[in-house]
Design a protein around this ligand. Structure first.
Ligand code: SF4
Length: 301
């Protein structure tokens, strides 16, 4: 059957070896599965988030910090996993103490991931599943994830379609991502935390502020304020640094300035978006990005 797992609707038969925009095979490749401590505090907590990084992606962001595993041209990094193998990874992360299973860039493997989650739930996994997505999602995919995902953690990267095309080659990104986020909000609602402040259920919308595009960030925040329920958490990220192909785009080939980030934070507070997270500018550093090419890949768990 042709792949229509994301808005690109490539309609290629991935189970027969055909490749679409994302260049992914049918079975997911897990580039890294380990405890991760650099997500929002309610996700990473004290023991870490059980992050499962999937290779390939349905976006082609010129500034992708995970480009070693996500982009066409990246080698075939990671081991292929069937649903049972993936389910075993989930249990191994739970046994290591992870607060949750954090599915990083899951969209293009959502069918296989859904099977793995069903198996894990049948076998009694206790920690929540986090769908950590770039926001470029189709409604059909989100509908079959309903009931399997506890926490949605989508990006809302751009308001402007011109920026979405220029930097991510993503037609109609804003329309697809906002429809997806409304569906996510319908499924899981605003965040619910346990007694330790760790999220058990709910939606957190992320936005990475890009240098030179502050007005676009403000428009994204205004959409969130105007369209999502009170109590929606927003994570306004300052961790941008120019990597991958970003250096070919002079306007984003630098880090964000404090003044730019402060202006976005001020807008956030001015319009009454008070629940969520801001970031230190010192987060804009490669040391917070996993090294997928290290010789000793550590535990793929
Ligand atoms: S998941 Fe990949 S192959 Fe499928 S529609 Fe999206 S980009 Fe195309």
């Amino acid at each position: 059957m042709g792949c229509v797992l994301c808005p690109r609707r490539c309609n290629v038969d991935r189970q027969a070896g055909e490749k679409g925009f994302c260049q992914a095979g049918w079975l997911p490749r897990v580039a890294l599965a380990d405890l991760h401590f650099w997500e929002e505090p309610c996700i990473s907590g004290t023991r870490g988030s059980g992050a499962v990084f999937f290779s390939r992606c349905n976006l082609a962001c010129v500034f992708c910090q995970n480009h070693d595993i996500s982009q066409p041209g990246a080698g075939e990094i990671g081991e292929e996993m069937d649903p049972r193998g993936l389910k075993d990874i989930f249990f191994a992360l739970e046994a290591k103490g992870a607060h949750n299973i954090n599915l990083v860039s899951p969209t293009h493997h959502s069918k296989v991931i859904a099977e793995a989650i069903e198996l894990a739930k049948k076998e009694g996994i206790r920690i929540p599943f986090v769908y950590n997505s770039n926001g470029y999602e189709s409604m059909e995919t989100l509908r079959f994830m309903e009931g399997l995902i506890d926490v949605y953690l989508p990006d809302l990267k751009y308001h402007s379609d011109d920026l979405a095309m220029r930097y991510s080659s993503a037609p109609s990104y804003f329309r697809y991502a906002t429809s997806a986020i409304l569906e996510m909000a319908r499924q899981v609602g605003t965040p619910v935390f346990d007694s330790q402040g760790i999220i058990r259920k709910g939606l957190i919308v992320r936005h990475l502020v890009l240098p030179g595009h502050i007005e676009d960030s403000k428009a994204v925040l205004r959409w969130i304020k105007g369209n999502l329920p009170a109590g929606t958490f927003v994570s306004v990220m300052s961790q941008y640094y120019p990597v991958h192909r970003a250096l070919r785009f002079p306007e984003i080939s630098r880090k964000l300035t404090r003044r730019e980030y402060d202006e976005v934070v001020e807008e956030c507070l001015k319009i009454g978006l008070e629940d969520g997270y801001f970031q230190e500018l010192s987060s804009a550093s490669p040391e917070y990005t996993p090294d997928f090419l290290r010789k000793d890949p550590g535990s793929r768990t």
